[in-house]
Design a binder for this molecule. Sequence first.
Ligand code: ZN
Length: 117
Amino acid sequence: MAFKKIQRGKKPNWQKDLALERIKILFSEAKKQEPTLAKRYVTIARYIGKKFNLPIPLPYKRQFCRKCNTFFKLGTNSRHRIDSEKHQIIITCLECKNIKRIPYITEIKQKRKKQDL
Ligand SMILES: [Zn+2]
């Protein structure tokens, strides 16, 4: 007896495309709204990402706090600094004081490659 294979947890591609579109819309709306509503939009976007097993696109990933879901607006609720010794961008959330470090080693390597050529 042959059983039909059931794919559990895996969502079809058309659903994933829709989910990605929704995430993009939510982030673009969060940019325009006031902080409390923006926070809500970010939580919804992250929830959709979890449900459809989708990573949040890189440019959006750096725009919110992973701990408290605050949407960063430069100069109001976040501090962006560059550590030139460790080659990192340090983003501090001013609401929960969570620190996020992003290395920029790959950018330096690309720059060196261009100079060699
Ligand atoms: Zn935070």
